[in-house]
Write a protein that binds this ligand. Structure first.
Ligand SMILES: [Ca+2]
Ligand SMILES: [Ca+2]
Length: 257
Protein backbone atom coordinates (compact mmCIF):
# COMPACT_ATOMS: atom_id res chain seq x y z
CA UNK A 1 0.00 0.00 0.00
CA UNK A 2 2.81 2.37 0.94
CA UNK A 3 4.49 1.57 -2.39
CA UNK A 4 1.33 2.50 -4.31
CA UNK A 5 1.00 5.74 -2.36
CA UNK A 6 4.63 6.62 -3.04
CA UNK A 7 4.12 6.04 -6.75
CA UNK A 8 1.01 8.22 -6.77
CA UNK A 9 2.85 11.05 -4.99
CA UNK A 10 5.75 10.73 -7.44
CA UNK A 11 3.36 10.82 -10.42
CA UNK A 12 1.58 13.93 -9.07
CA UNK A 13 4.90 15.71 -8.56
CA UNK A 14 6.03 14.82 -12.08
CA UNK A 15 2.85 16.16 -13.68
CA UNK A 16 3.06 19.37 -11.62
CA UNK A 17 6.69 19.85 -12.64
CA UNK A 18 5.73 19.36 -16.27
CA UNK A 19 3.06 22.06 -16.00
CA UNK A 20 5.61 24.48 -14.52
CA UNK A 21 8.04 23.81 -17.38
CA UNK A 22 5.28 24.35 -19.95
CA UNK A 23 4.18 27.62 -18.31
CA UNK A 24 7.71 29.06 -18.10
CA UNK A 25 8.20 28.49 -21.83
CA UNK A 26 5.41 30.95 -22.65
CA UNK A 27 5.86 33.98 -20.37
CA UNK A 28 4.76 37.41 -21.53
CA UNK A 29 6.95 40.41 -20.68
CA UNK A 30 6.24 41.26 -17.05
CA UNK A 31 6.72 44.33 -14.84
CA UNK A 32 7.64 46.65 -17.71
CA UNK A 33 6.71 49.52 -15.38
CA UNK A 34 9.16 48.48 -12.60
CA UNK A 35 6.35 49.10 -10.10
CA UNK A 36 7.27 45.66 -8.67
CA UNK A 37 10.92 46.60 -8.29
CA UNK A 38 13.06 44.34 -10.54
CA UNK A 39 10.67 41.37 -10.36
CA UNK A 40 10.93 39.50 -13.67
CA UNK A 41 14.23 41.23 -14.56
CA UNK A 42 17.86 40.17 -14.15
CA UNK A 43 20.33 42.91 -13.23
CA UNK A 44 24.09 43.42 -13.04
CA UNK A 45 26.14 46.36 -11.84
CA UNK A 46 24.62 49.44 -10.23
CA UNK A 47 20.88 49.32 -10.81
CA UNK A 48 18.16 50.81 -8.63
CA UNK A 49 14.53 51.88 -8.54
CA UNK A 50 14.00 55.66 -8.49
CA UNK A 51 11.00 57.85 -7.68
CA UNK A 52 10.24 61.45 -8.65
CA UNK A 53 12.62 62.43 -5.84
CA UNK A 54 15.45 61.53 -8.23
CA UNK A 55 14.73 64.90 -9.82
CA UNK A 56 14.99 64.04 -13.53
CA UNK A 57 12.62 65.58 -16.02
CA UNK A 58 9.68 63.79 -17.55
CA UNK A 59 9.92 60.22 -16.35
CA UNK A 60 7.72 57.90 -14.24
CA UNK A 61 5.71 57.54 -17.43
CA UNK A 62 4.02 54.39 -16.12
CA UNK A 63 3.37 54.46 -12.37
CA UNK A 64 5.50 56.06 -9.67
CA UNK A 65 9.01 54.69 -10.30
CA UNK A 66 11.65 54.10 -12.99
CA UNK A 67 14.54 51.68 -13.33
CA UNK A 68 17.93 53.43 -13.17
CA UNK A 69 21.21 52.07 -14.54
CA UNK A 70 24.37 53.89 -13.45
CA UNK A 71 28.01 53.73 -14.53
CA UNK A 72 29.40 54.63 -11.12
CA UNK A 73 29.92 53.30 -7.64
CA UNK A 74 27.38 53.04 -4.86
CA UNK A 75 27.43 56.69 -3.87
CA UNK A 76 23.88 57.98 -3.77
CA UNK A 77 22.30 54.52 -3.74
CA UNK A 78 20.87 52.45 -0.94
CA UNK A 79 22.88 49.37 -1.89
CA UNK A 80 26.53 48.49 -1.94
CA UNK A 81 26.98 47.68 -5.58
CA UNK A 82 29.10 49.13 -8.33
CA UNK A 83 29.28 49.15 -12.09
CA UNK A 84 30.87 45.96 -13.45
CA UNK A 85 33.44 45.30 -16.17
CA UNK A 86 32.49 45.13 -19.85
CA UNK A 87 33.41 41.43 -19.78
CA UNK A 88 30.90 40.92 -16.97
CA UNK A 89 28.17 42.63 -19.00
CA UNK A 90 28.94 40.40 -21.99
CA UNK A 91 28.82 37.34 -19.72
CA UNK A 92 25.55 38.59 -18.17
CA UNK A 93 23.84 38.43 -21.58
CA UNK A 94 25.76 35.43 -22.93
CA UNK A 95 25.88 34.45 -26.59
CA UNK A 96 25.29 36.08 -29.04
CA UNK A 97 26.29 39.33 -27.24
CA UNK A 98 29.98 40.20 -27.60
CA UNK A 99 32.19 43.09 -26.43
CA UNK A 100 32.23 44.40 -30.01
CA UNK A 101 28.70 45.68 -29.44
CA UNK A 102 30.08 48.14 -26.86
CA UNK A 103 33.12 49.76 -28.52
CA UNK A 104 35.48 51.45 -26.03
CA UNK A 105 33.38 50.41 -23.03
CA UNK A 106 35.25 50.33 -19.71
CA UNK A 107 32.49 49.35 -17.25
CA UNK A 108 28.77 49.71 -16.75
CA UNK A 109 25.45 48.21 -15.67
CA UNK A 110 22.67 46.28 -17.39
CA UNK A 111 19.21 44.73 -17.02
CA UNK A 112 17.47 42.10 -19.15
CA UNK A 113 14.30 40.05 -19.43
CA UNK A 114 13.43 37.07 -21.65
CA UNK A 115 9.82 36.74 -22.75
CA UNK A 116 7.58 35.42 -25.51
CA UNK A 117 5.52 37.77 -27.64
CA UNK A 118 3.47 37.95 -30.79
CA UNK A 119 4.79 39.89 -33.75
CA UNK A 120 4.45 43.63 -33.22
CA UNK A 121 6.24 46.44 -31.40
CA UNK A 122 8.14 46.52 -28.09
CA UNK A 123 8.05 50.13 -26.92
CA UNK A 124 9.80 51.86 -24.03
CA UNK A 125 10.57 55.29 -22.54
CA UNK A 126 14.04 56.40 -21.43
CA UNK A 127 16.01 59.38 -20.21
CA UNK A 128 19.78 59.50 -20.79
CA UNK A 129 21.68 61.53 -18.19
CA UNK A 130 25.38 62.23 -18.43
CA UNK A 131 28.25 64.33 -17.19
CA UNK A 132 30.19 63.09 -20.22
CA UNK A 133 27.62 62.80 -23.03
CA UNK A 134 30.15 62.72 -25.85
CA UNK A 135 32.10 59.85 -24.30
CA UNK A 136 29.80 57.45 -22.42
CA UNK A 137 26.96 55.48 -24.01
CA UNK A 138 23.65 53.74 -23.41
CA UNK A 139 22.03 51.01 -25.48
CA UNK A 140 18.85 49.01 -25.85
CA UNK A 141 19.33 45.45 -27.12
CA UNK A 142 16.84 42.99 -28.55
CA UNK A 143 17.84 39.35 -29.11
CA UNK A 144 15.67 36.97 -31.14
CA UNK A 145 16.28 33.72 -29.22
CA UNK A 146 15.19 31.58 -32.17
CA UNK A 147 17.64 33.06 -34.68
CA UNK A 148 20.21 34.65 -32.29
CA UNK A 149 19.84 37.89 -34.28
CA UNK A 150 20.68 41.05 -32.29
CA UNK A 151 19.25 44.50 -32.85
CA UNK A 152 20.95 47.29 -30.90
CA UNK A 153 19.90 50.93 -30.51
CA UNK A 154 22.14 53.69 -29.21
CA UNK A 155 20.15 55.75 -26.72
CA UNK A 156 22.92 58.16 -25.76
CA UNK A 157 22.46 61.10 -28.08
CA UNK A 158 20.65 64.37 -28.50
CA UNK A 159 21.18 65.76 -25.01
CA UNK A 160 20.02 69.35 -24.88
CA UNK A 161 18.61 70.04 -21.43
CA UNK A 162 20.49 70.73 -18.23
CA UNK A 163 19.74 67.95 -15.78
CA UNK A 164 17.47 68.61 -12.83
CA UNK A 165 18.66 65.44 -11.15
CA UNK A 166 20.21 66.01 -7.77
CA UNK A 167 20.80 62.40 -6.80
CA UNK A 168 23.98 60.49 -7.63
CA UNK A 169 26.54 62.87 -9.12
CA UNK A 170 24.82 63.43 -12.45
CA UNK A 171 24.48 67.19 -12.55
CA UNK A 172 25.28 67.64 -16.22
CA UNK A 173 22.76 67.01 -18.96
CA UNK A 174 19.70 64.85 -19.60
CA UNK A 175 17.58 64.16 -22.67
CA UNK A 176 14.29 64.24 -20.79
CA UNK A 177 11.77 61.54 -21.60
CA UNK A 178 12.20 59.99 -25.03
CA UNK A 179 10.42 56.98 -26.52
CA UNK A 180 11.61 54.25 -28.85
CA UNK A 181 10.64 50.76 -29.97
CA UNK A 182 11.77 47.53 -31.58
CA UNK A 183 9.78 45.64 -34.19
CA UNK A 184 9.20 41.93 -33.58
CA UNK A 185 8.94 40.35 -37.01
CA UNK A 186 7.40 37.12 -35.77
CA UNK A 187 5.99 35.49 -32.66
CA UNK A 188 8.67 33.91 -30.51
CA UNK A 189 11.09 34.16 -27.61
CA UNK A 190 13.03 37.41 -27.21
CA UNK A 191 15.45 38.97 -24.71
CA UNK A 192 15.25 42.72 -24.16
CA UNK A 193 18.15 44.46 -22.42
CA UNK A 194 19.32 47.94 -21.45
CA UNK A 195 22.98 48.83 -20.92
CA UNK A 196 24.82 51.96 -19.77
CA UNK A 197 28.61 52.16 -20.02
CA UNK A 198 31.56 54.36 -19.16
CA UNK A 199 33.74 54.54 -22.25
CA UNK A 200 37.56 54.86 -22.15
CA UNK A 201 37.79 54.89 -18.33
CA UNK A 202 35.65 54.68 -15.21
CA UNK A 203 35.50 58.39 -14.42
CA UNK A 204 32.76 61.01 -14.91
CA UNK A 205 29.45 59.18 -14.61
CA UNK A 206 26.36 58.65 -16.72
CA UNK A 207 23.02 56.92 -16.23
CA UNK A 208 19.84 55.74 -17.91
CA UNK A 209 16.27 55.88 -16.61
CA UNK A 210 13.87 53.34 -18.21
CA UNK A 211 10.11 52.90 -17.81
CA UNK A 212 6.86 51.92 -19.54
CA UNK A 213 8.11 48.89 -21.50
CA UNK A 214 5.22 47.30 -23.39
CA UNK A 215 5.34 44.15 -25.54
CA UNK A 216 2.60 42.24 -27.39
CA UNK A 217 1.12 39.33 -25.45
CA UNK A 218 1.90 35.88 -26.78
CA UNK A 219 -1.26 34.09 -27.89
CA UNK A 220 0.18 30.82 -29.09
CA UNK A 221 1.50 31.39 -32.59
CA UNK A 222 1.68 33.77 -35.51
CA UNK A 223 -1.17 34.72 -37.83
CA UNK A 224 0.07 32.14 -40.30
CA UNK A 225 -0.53 29.37 -37.80
CA UNK A 226 3.12 28.46 -37.42
CA UNK A 227 4.16 27.46 -33.93
CA UNK A 228 7.14 29.27 -32.43
CA UNK A 229 10.33 27.21 -32.59
CA UNK A 230 11.16 26.46 -28.97
CA UNK A 231 14.64 25.24 -28.00
CA UNK A 232 14.83 21.44 -28.05
CA UNK A 233 15.38 21.29 -24.28
CA UNK A 234 11.91 22.72 -23.69
CA UNK A 235 10.38 19.71 -25.45
CA UNK A 236 12.74 17.14 -23.97
CA UNK A 237 11.62 18.14 -20.45
CA UNK A 238 7.87 17.46 -20.82
CA UNK A 239 8.51 14.40 -23.01
CA UNK A 240 10.79 12.91 -20.39
CA UNK A 241 8.19 13.60 -17.73
CA UNK A 242 5.50 11.82 -19.78
CA UNK A 243 7.71 8.75 -20.15
CA UNK A 244 8.47 8.83 -16.42
CA UNK A 245 4.78 9.25 -15.60
CA UNK A 246 3.90 6.24 -17.78
CA UNK A 247 6.55 4.19 -16.02
CA UNK A 248 5.18 5.23 -12.62
CA UNK A 249 1.66 4.19 -13.69
CA UNK A 250 2.93 0.77 -14.75
CA UNK A 251 4.68 0.35 -11.42
CA UNK A 252 1.47 1.33 -9.67
CA UNK A 253 -0.53 -1.30 -11.63
CA UNK A 254 2.09 -3.93 -10.90
CA UNK A 255 1.95 -3.05 -7.20
CA UNK A 256 -1.84 -3.46 -7.26
CA UNK A 257 -1.61 -6.99 -8.69
CA1 LIG B 1 7.13 52.91 -13.65
CA1 LIG C 1 32.42 58.37 -18.09
Amino acid sequence: MRTRLNHFVALTALVAAGLVVAASAKADLTNGSFESNFSGWSTTGNTSIQTAAFGAQGMQSNGAVDAFLYTGAASGTSGSFNAVSTASIVSFFGSPVTAALFPNAFNGSAIKQTFTANAGSVSFDFNWLSNEPNVDAAYAILINNSTNAITIQTLSANITATSNATNFDIVGLETGKLSSSFTLGSAGSYTLGFVVVNNIDGTVQSGLLVDNIVAPAFTGGGGGGSAIPLPASMWVGPLGLLVAAGFALRLRRNAAC
